[in-house]
Design a protein. Sequence first.
Length: 122
Amino acid sequence: MNIDELTLGQVKELRNIFGERETKTRHKDIGKKVIIRTYSAGVHYGTLESKDGGECTLTNAIRIWQWYGAASLSQLAMEGTKDSEQCKFAMPVDTITLKWIEVIPCTEEAQKSIEGVTSWKK
């Protein structure tokens, strides 16, 4: 068989055999600032780098331990916090991979507010 005669299915099968996976459809929020609520690792804010099935990867990720001035994560993503002094946001990490429940895009107003909170450290 000539390589020019391979079907699309055969090409995909060969790619899988040699460890190359099909590329997933690009999620609409890739590259945007989001809040992620996870199954068991809490709440995180950062730039959505990838989302595949039940996992996602954030860069410049901040763990949101405690927030004030917003009644819910939805409000936090839309308006940010109104009381940054009371918030406990961990220092950012370069990258983190999480199992997500919710992916909530953030407005520019919320981004400025969240990124303006001083990192909580001990």
